[in-house]
Each structure stands twice: as C-alpha cells, then as structure tokens.
Design a protein around this ligand. Structure first.
Ligand SMILES: Cc1cc2nc3c(=O)[nH]c(=O)nc-3n(C[C@H](O)[C@H](O)[C@H](O)COP(=O)(O)OP(=O)(O)OC[C@H]3O[C@@H](n4cnc5c(N)ncnc54)[C@H](O)[C@@H]3O)c2cc1C
Length: 306
C-alpha cells in the first residue's frame, strides 16, 4: 500500500462528516428515498436507464435486516410512478445473509415477488470473497423460483470462470452483472495486476454471452467496454433496440459521465447506479478504508473532470 493510501486510511476516522459528504454526494443521491427518485427522474431524461440501491451491508441484527427489506419495499411502492424500468440492487449482507441465510432467502424472495409484479429485475450484489459461497447459495435458492433475480461475478477472482460455468449450466437466461470487483483480494485467490483483471473480464464476457446469459458490463474502463462490444458483435448481439439486447452497460452515478454518454451515443443501453440511504457516511468510510484506490479515483475525479 502506498504512503498516500496509508495516510488516507489512517485519517478517515477524524475527517469531519461534511468533508466526507463533499466526497460522497457525487456518488450518493442522498439519505432518503425522495432524493434518489429525483435523481432517477433526471437521469432518465438524459436517455439512461437506472439501478436503485439502498446503502447498507454487514447486517447481523434481524431487526436491521427487516428494516432494509422495508426500505426496499417502500422504494418499490414509489418506483412505478417514477420509472417502470429501474432495476433494484441489493447486497446479501444488507439482508443479513452471513448471519441467517434462511431469513435472507425469505426476504429476498419477497422482494423478487414484489418486483416481478411490476415487471422489474432484482440484482443480488457480490461482496468480499469470504461471502461468495453464502451469496451464491442464496442466489441459487431464490433464483430457482424467481427468474427476475440476477447475480454479480467478479473478474479479479480465479474461481469466477468455474462459478460462471456452473451457473450457466444450472439456469436458462442467466442475468449477470460482470465487474472487476471492488474488494482487494489476496494473490492466492485473485489476479492483482490491472491488465490480468481486465483480460479475465473480457474472457468472462465471452464465456457468459456465448453461454446465453444476459450481461450487464459494469465498468468505467473504456478499453474493456470496447473489447466487450467486440465480443458482442462477434456473437451478432449488437442489433436492434439497445434495451432488447443481451447486454447493457452499467456505470456508477458521478463516475465518468463522459464514458456513459459515449456508450449511449454509440447506441448501447446504459444504466446508471443510484445509491441512497442513511448509511451513506459509514458506507463512504468503509469503501475508502477497504480500497484506498477509490480515494485516488475521487481525487482524480474532483480535479480532472473526465
Ligand atoms: C453498476 C455497478 C455495480 C457494481 N457492483 C459491484 C458489486 O456488486 N461487487 C463488486 O465487487 N464490485 C461492484 N462494482 C465495482 C466494480 O467491481 C469496480 O470496482 C469498479 O467499477 C471500478 O472498476 P472499473 O471496471 O470501472 O475499472 P477501473 O480500471 O478501476 O476504472 C476505469 C476508470 O474509471 C475510473 N473510476 C472507476 N471507479 C471509480 C470511482 N468509484 N470513482 C471515480 N472514478 C472511478 C478510474 O479512475 C479509471 O479512470 C460495481 C460497479 C458498477 C459500475
């Protein structure tokens, strides 16, 4: 870890909340649902789709997990008025997956049923490597009866090609968000060099598209995005209405808006991820502490508008 990273990590607990908010507000819509709905309306007007996420993770208390579900249900009750196409994204540990897997399965099933009534997709996110088996366990159980549930796979991990192969053989019309992976993982289980992580990403893109999956390319890396478009082109998937295709792009709100516009203007479907919630402060601190690279991204984004 570089000296700058160490300085960032050590100073986090003493950075005043308003300064953390100054960093966070670019990436977080607000602490309450109305702020997120307002962002979604604005983003839709620009010709992008959206993904709604309620911030929260690492929940071990049953009441807190139930409160997370209630917040998602509140969002689902408001979304039809705002955007029928918004998808919702949820972290397994926000619904207490590592604490009570069976309860997480019940809550996620309830969320998927409610979303399915509105014709909406739900995405189960992927967290650190220690949670993957639980997450895939929850995914398999809920996906067996809820076809509107998708998962996330991380290209930095050695195990992912095997996980992808297994999931493709188990489920028709698998829906996968492909990411590099935000969690820094040890070299025993993951590629650590950017070039290897990107190479793995494009190989997984080919494996998933050729296997018949619907893929959300969640990346801000233009070279990787272009390589994925080439993969889709080779499979004759770059045809017709962008929103009817087997792939789309997904980017975080506030990150590389120019890249989102480039992809949209080239005729691809692009969704923007809109997180909100009372957990914004802890979320931002955890992200910065876990992966100080984000702090470098933030500094770059603040001073060099890309
Ligand atoms: C919609 C969406 C959902 C995601 N869900 C998950 C998930 O469930 N699990 C998971 O592990 N990871 C998730 N991620 C994060 C992902 O794994 C990557 O860590 C992240 O997208 C950065 O990788 P990249 O592909 O953009 O490439 P990079 O090479 O890291 O970045 C490419 C360019 O984008 C800029 N950039 C990237 N991220 C940021 C940022 N946060 N702020 C400012 N600039 C930035 C970089 O400076 C660089 O110029 C998600 C990402 C997106 C977009």
């Amino acid at each position: 870890m570089s000296l700058l990273d160490q300085v960032v990590r050590l100073s986090l607990p003493v950075i005043p909340k308003p300064i953390i908010w100054a960093i966070a507000k670019r990436y977080v819509a607000g602490s309450e649902l109305p702020a997120a709905l307002e962002r979604i309306r604005a983003i839709r007007k620009e010709g992008f789709g959206t993904i709604l996420d309620v911030l929260g993770e690492g929940v071990v208390d049953a009441g807190e997990a139930a409160a997370a579900l209630a917040e998602y249900e509140l969002a689902l009750s408001e979304l039809p008025e705002v955007d029928p196409t918004t998808t919702v994204s949820v972290k397994p540990t926000h619904l207490g997956a590592t604490n009570d897997q069976a309860a997480c399965v019940r809550m996620l099933s309830q969320l998927c049923s409610r979303a399915a009534d509105q014709g909406r997709r739900v995405r189960l996110e992927m967290e650190g490597s220690e949670t993957i088996d639980v997450t895939l366990g929850v995914f398999r159980e809920v996906r067996a009866s809820h076809a509107n549930l998708g998962c996330v796979l991380q290209s930095r991990l050695f195990r992912t090609a095997g996980d992808a192969a297994a999931l493709l053989s188990e489920f028709d019309s698998l829906d996968v968000r492909l990411v590099k992976g935000i969690y820094l993982e040890p070299k025993e289980i993951a590629w650590t060099e950017p070039a290897a992580i990107s190479r793995s990403y494009v190989e997984l893109a080919a494996q998933l598209l050729e296997g018949g999956a619907r893929v959300g390319f969640a990346t801000h890396d233009s070279d990787v995005a272009d390589a994925c478009i080439e993969v889709a082109r080779k499979s004759d998937l770059v045809v017709g209405d962008p929103w009817g295709r087997k792939y789309e792009f997904q980017l975080l709100m506030g990150v590389r808006q120019g890249e989102a516009e480039r992809l949209r203007n080239a005729g691809h479907a692009v969704r923007i991820y809109v997180p909100y919630g009372r957990d914004w402060h802890a979320y931002t601190q955890r992200r910065l502490a876990r992966n100080p690279e984000i702090a470098r991204h933030v500094l770059r984004a603040l001073f060099l508008r890309k």
